[in-house]
Design a protein. Structure first.
Length: 283
């Protein structure tokens, strides 16, 4: 059975900006911030376009208005920068329409862009008057451009010799084609990243025991990938229904039955008390 220390395994129901500003212990730093924020595209009204039954979609998608997007981005990025270790990394997931805002604010704060990755998915929103968009933008930023973790051989070894390194080379190209996962007929959150995508992002940029902070938790899929990679995980979600879904989803996909129950009990406690420093471990 895996040993879990809950101080490093928490999900929190709250606004990530407020939680980090008001409740986060000063000395607590993380290795990687994962941020898949609302895109500012009025997503919550689009169930029809997304070809799904809205009765299966949990919670109220918390969008951010276009006019507020710059101040919203600056606020969460500032907190992310503050609680990241000096050699820490930030992954952001963005739509192409507002990525420039996130990028400008991130660079302004002192983040350094390491890579931009295009995630080409198997989904597109029809539009007769322009090109049909079928990608999201993943950006990897480092606090220090000369000191951050990147493991180029985490999925395929580097093989020396002409024509022999095809797998490693192909896997590290900056366009990734990974299908979305559809939970047809099942309960779901408004938008869940594919496990394969999140796992690839984390494999290259984390190692065992890294602490990952997921500012916009959603379904909890980043937590599942973090667990499978032996990392520690803290996730924050504003919407209570989505938070409750994530809690169920995480517990169903990770720990043994005894661990799950203890975790659920702890979370009930945590939601009420909203305290960080409790630390329960299970042997
Ligand atoms: C794009 S979704 C994240 C999806 C998630 N990565 C997944 O794969 O399931 C953004 C999530 O952030 C939540 N959210 C919006 N504003 C927030 C805030 N200020 N603090 C925390 N969560 C927020 C939304 O309710 C939504 O669930």
């Amino acid at each position: 059975m895996r040993k879990i220390t809950y101080a490093n395994w928490q999900i929190i129901n709250g606004n990530c900006i407020d939680v980090l500003k008001n409740d986060w212990p000063k000395e607590r730093k993380v290795d990687l911030v994962f941020a898949d924020p609302p895109f500012g595209i009025n997503f919550g009204t689009n169930n029809g376009y997304y070809n799904r039954d809205k009765n299966n979609v949990v919670g109220k998608y918390r969008e951010v208005k276009q006019e507020d997007y710059q101040s919203f981005s600056a606020a969460w990025l500032e907190q992310a920068y503050r609680i990241l270790k000096d050699n820490g990394l930030l992954w952001t997931v963005s739509g192409w329409t507002n990525n420039h805002i996130t990028r400008t604010e991130a660079l302004h704060l002192g983040f350094n862009l390491v890579n931009e990755v295009i995630w080409k998915h198997n989904f597109a929103t029809w539009n007769p008057s322009k090109f049909i968009s079928t990608h999201y933008v993943l950006s990897l930023y480092a606090k220090n451009p000369n000191n951050y973790y990147f493991n180029p051989t985490c999925r395929f070894p580097i093989v020396k010799g002409k024509g022999k390194n095809k797998e490693n080379y192909a896997d590290r190209l900056s366009v990734w084609e990974i299908p979305k996962e559809y939970r047809r007929g099942k309960e779901k959150t408004p938008n869940m990243l594919p496990y394969a995508l999140v796992t690839k992002m984390l494999q290259y940029t984390t190692k065992k025991d890294f602490i990952i902070l997921d500012l916009f938790l959603g379904s909890g899929i980043v937590g599942i990938a973090a667990y499978d990679l032996d990392c520690k995980y803290i996730g924050i979600e504003l919407d209570e229904k989505i938070f409750r879904f994530a809690r169920k989803f995480l517990s169903a996909n990770t720990w043994s039955r005894e661990d799950k129950q203890a975790y659920l009990d702890f979370l009930e406690y945590f939601v009420v008390s909203n305290e960080f420093e409790d630390c329960i471990s299970i042997d």
